[in-house]
Design a protein around this ligand. Structure first.
Ligand code: ADP
Length: 342
């Protein structure tokens, strides 16, 4: 049989937090602490029910003189009358404990964010130097390189690129968490953005023998967007589409105009591995990866989609996914038509 034990340490901790909260002004403030109001409402039925039962059993009418008579006759009922106050204080203290915990979490989050930002900045400086020297050597100005040296330096340059990308993502995340992530919206021709993203990803897709196609309407209207940030979203979706596709797969970028809601919906679809239904809701969470096994095949750190979601939301849009395991995925995002007044 399972042994039932009382966790005295956490009980002592809760008592300590509760007593501390009793000494805080917030516990008694109806305006700052909704828990306090909730407690009072919770306590109101206590005197009503107890006095009501007394009146009913004494066959007396429920009116003020009778209530006063009972109270004077049996002052014990004042104790019941004070219940809304007791409940208000107890619930209020619980609200304060919760508030204190929340404050602590926010403080820790802030420290973590600052730390993340500081470390990323510190990493970026030496990395830029390393990448600079590697590309300088690759120009062969300091001396002619043999094939092995060239290959090795190319690998070093690619690794530096990957690291730089990761640092950029960490910096973006820390900005998002501190509420400092901004977009500058202007009228943008998305056909140009898509073209830029496709050009940047073409080599990567070719190396995996994956077809990359655009299926944009000729009369694609301008949208409200931050050109650089929306290019980041498009590149991220395309990179993922290539990364999670099999050799010989196909990726299509399409768009449709929703005139009724003044929106343009973009879709990046692939014929890749797809995402199981129970993981679809979580892929936009930071650091979440559908394949979290120790021998993960795919790189990355699970930040791209979380950042893309924040970017699209700053554009007052939505991002969502439709996917079938083993068949492929479709990532949609919508942007406002440039005719909308912001
Ligand atoms: P990363 O790609 O660095 O892991 P993302 O935030 O871009 O991080 O993606 C989170 C997770 O969502 C990925 O690890 C993968 O499991 C899943 N995912 C994203 N795009 C696709 C896709 N096109 N096909 C299948 N799974 C995907």
């Amino acid at each position: 049989m399972e042994k039932i034990s009382v966790d005295f340490r956490s009980f002592a901790q809760v008592t300590k937090e509760f007593i501390k909260a009793l000494g805080q002004k917030r516990t008694y403030s109806l305006f700052e602490n909704a828990y306090c109001i909730f407690g009072i409402l919770w306590g109101i039925p206590v005197p009503i029910v107890t006095i009501g039962i007394h009146l009913y059993s004494a066959r007396l009418l429920l009116n003020l003189p009778n209530i006063m008579r009972i109270m004077l006759h049996e002052p014990f009922y004042f104790f019941f009358l004070l219940h809304p106050v007791f409940f208000g204080i107890v619930f209020g203290a619980m609200g304060t404990v919760r508030y204190n915990k929340q404050q602590k979490i926010e403080e820790l989050d802030k420290q973590k964010s600052n730390f993340l930002s500081m470390v990323s900045h510190e990493l970026r400086t030496p990395l830029t130097t390393v990448a600079g020297y590697v590309s300088f050597l690759l120009t062969e100005k300091p001396g002619v390189l043999n094939q092995t040296q060239k290959e090795s330096l190319k690998i070093a340059a690619e690794t530096a690129d990957l690291l730089n990308h990761l640092i950029e993502e960490l910096l973006d995340l820390s900005k998002i968490e501190r509420g400092e992530f901004r977009v500058n919206l202007a009228h943008v021709d998305m056909a140009k953005v898509v073209h830029k993203a496709v050009t940047a990803l073409r080599l990567y897709a070719d190396s995996h023998e994956i077809g990359l196609e655009c299926d944009l309407p000729h009369d694609l209207p301008l949208v409200w967007a931050d050109k650089e940030r929306i290019l980041q979203v498009m590149t991220n979706l395309l990179e993922n589409a290539v990364k999670f596709s099999r050799i010989g797969g196909k990726i299509t970028i399409a768009a449709s105009v929703d005139r009724q809601n003044s929106k343009v919906v973009f879709c990046v679809s692939d014929t890749g591995i797809g995402i199981p239904p129970d993981k679809r809701d979580r892929i936009f969470d930071k650091f979440y990866q559908a394949d979290s096994s120790e021998n993960r095949k795919y790189g990355g750190c699970g930040l791209g989609l979380a950042i893309s979601k924040s970017i699209i939301e700053l554009h007052r849009g939505k991002i969502w996914i439709e996917s079938e395991e083993g068949i492929g995925s479709k990532f949609f995002f919508e942007l406002l038509h440039a005719t909308v007044h912001l």
